[in-house]
Ligand binder design. Structure first.
Ligand code: TPP
Length: 522
């Protein structure tokens, strides 16, 4: 058996069944070996960022890694931004990066580059098996590293001759350790803070944003009067009617500071202590209020849900969580705006939907409008690196057949990885994409003022407007095989969204919305 065959058989044996791929010459034996191992589904993505973002979406929904097949250093570099988002999400993911044959590297041929340096920026584990006999064991340990507590992105660098040489054999899957249990004294310390009578906030993140953690935190909040808040950009937030409602910490530091207010004890359960996204002249970077004590209950890799349940059993025995009541906004009439679009989405969101949220400025009304919708999952831009939403939807849909995926996507962000639409069509995925077409980098229009930069003239404006020409998303989508429509009123949007959600396969709606007043196009 050649290295590539042993590698793919090892991966399927470890539960890695999908490979989001953009291959090149050095990966041809891997590509050919896919026909020998039908258990592995190869999914072609037309840009590496679309492959890595899809692997992130898949891993967030299954808890198991997908593979992303990338072509040498340049392919990895193209995929790096969404690997960065995956790293921030703590997603298990195996990047398989083809490399030149071991004996060819010395010649410094054009695609030669420092793959290890690029991989090191995002990976918890990097290995380069030197012989075909070692590739399977390396793959099994890469999968285990990706899935381990505090795992994430593992990168297997696969030299072409290792891939094509005989002498390989599949390796068995390695055991994956359970998340670390949180010691009783740590839980006890958090309980003491909650009993102090001083204002407490429970800040949830990571696995704490799933049902068991939310329900335990809600019990604590009911019994003690503590407030619960979620991290700003969770990897996967289970929410909707029947689950405890939780506000997320605001993106803008001044709003986050107001949410934290006069808190004296901040209990961290899967979220780091809050910091401002960026530095702003004269404003604090660290958002924990003065005089507030931080208690680390659980961090990434810990059994966050278990720690919260243990805490609830200490301070809230017999208290039940407070579920969100079902409620949906009325279907609005009139102009289509970010606000009315959110009401339409809240009114129509199907049960069990998976929302890939990269709506940015146009999305600020979404959390409130969808809070009482039937239960659903909400995936967010964990690493702030835009161009994630459409690929994330690809992976979430492949991970979750039978569930509707709704990609809520700002126009500027959509363009980074627009080719993901082609994969939505090719794979026949049940993804409804809504493009919030405000024809601006509106968020940057706001940041221009917030960082204290000169408001700027035409030269600055022209870097923040998406006009001259305006993008035609319906044409872009149709050109990639995705049926598409455009909505300019709330009623049109409601009709199109209802229809798109009812039909199988992908559909794109270009929702033409105004940019906020302070943005250049507003
Ligand atoms: C990879 C990457 N490049 C650039 C940025 C900087 N950036 C932040 S927001 C933004 C514009 C977003 O525009 P759009 O997606 O249309 O959303 P809007 O602000 O209009 O809501 C840019 C370029 C980023 N966050 N990530």
């Amino acid at each position: 058996m050649i290295g590539a065959q042993a590698l793919i058989r090892t991966l399927t044996g470890c539960g890695v069944e999908v490979c989001f791929s953009n291959p090149g010459t050095s990966e041809m034996h891997f590509v050919a070996a896919l026909d020998d191992v039908p258990e592995m589904r190869g999914v072609l993505c037309l840009f590496e960022g679309a492959a890595t973002g899809a692997a992130d979406g898949y891993g967030r929904m299954t808890g198991r890694p997908a593979a992303a097949l990338l072509h040498l250093g340049p392919g990895l570099a193209n995929g790096l931004a969404n690997l960065h988002n995956a790293r921030r999400a703590g997603t298990p993911l195996l990047a398989v990066v083809g490399d030149h044959a071991t004996y060819h590297k010395q010649f410094d041929s054009p695609l030669e580059s420092d793959i290890d340096a690029l991989a090191g920026a995002v990976s918890v584990w990097v290995q380069r098996p030197p012989r075909s006999a070692e590739v399977a064991a390396a793959a099994a340990s890469g999968v285990a590293a990706a899935m381990a507590p505090r795992g994430g992105v593992a990168t297997l660098i696969l030299p072409a001759d290792v891939s094509w040489s005989e002498g390989a054999a599949p390796a068995p899957a390695l055991p994956v350790p359970a998340p670390f249990p949180v010691p009783g004294e740590v839980v006890g310390e958090a309980a003491a803070a909650l009993r102090s009578g001083e204002p407490c906030v429970l800040l949830l993140g990571g696995g704490g944003m799933r049902r068991p953690g939310l329900e335990a935190a809600s019990r604590v909040a009911q019994a003690t009067g503590a407030r619960m808040l979620g991290e700003t950009f969770p990897a996967r937030h289970e929410r909707g009617a029947g689950l405890p409602a939780i506000d997320r910490l605001a993106y803008l530091a001044e709003f986050a500071a107001a949410q934290l207010g006069d808190v004296r004890h901040l209990i961290l359960a899967g979220a780091p202590a809050p910091v401002s996204f960026f530095a702003y002249p004269g404003k604090p970077s660290f958002l924990v209020p003065a005089g507030c004590r931080v208690h680390l209950l659980a961090e990434a890799g810990d059994d966050i849900g278990g720690a919260l349940t243990a805490l609830a059993d200490l301070v809230a025995p017999g208290t039940r969580p407070l579920p969100q009541e079902p409620s949906r906004p009325a279907l609005p009439e009139g102009d289509l705006t970010g606000e009315s679009a959110a009401a339409v989405i809240g009114a129509l969101l199907p049960e069990g939907a998976i929302v890939s949220d990269e709506a940015n400025i146009s999305g600020i009304w979404l959390p409130a409008a969808t809070a009482g919708a039937p239960p659903h999952d909400w995936l967010t831009l964990t690493g702030g690196s835009i161009g994630q939403g459409l690929p994330l939807a690809t992976g979430a849909a492949i991970a979750s057949p039978g569930r509707r995926v709704l990609a809520l996507e700002a126009d500027g962000s959509a363009m980074y990885t627009i080719s993901a639409l082609w994969t939505h069509a090719r794979e026949g995925l049940d993804i409804t994409t809504v493009i919030f077409s405000n024809r601006a980098y509106a968020l940057l229009g706001m940041e221009l003022g917030r960082v204290g930069a000169d408001p700027g003239g035409r030269a600055a404006e022209s870097l923040l407007e998406l006009t001259r020409p305006s993008l035609d998303f319906t044409a872009l989508a149709r050109g990639m095989g995705v049926p598409a429509s455009r909505a300019v009123t709330a009623a049109e949007f409601a009709r199109q969204l209802r229809q798109a959600l009812a039909e199988p396969g992908p559909h794109l709606i270009e929702a033409v919305v105004p940019a906020p007043r302070w943005s250049p196009a507003g």
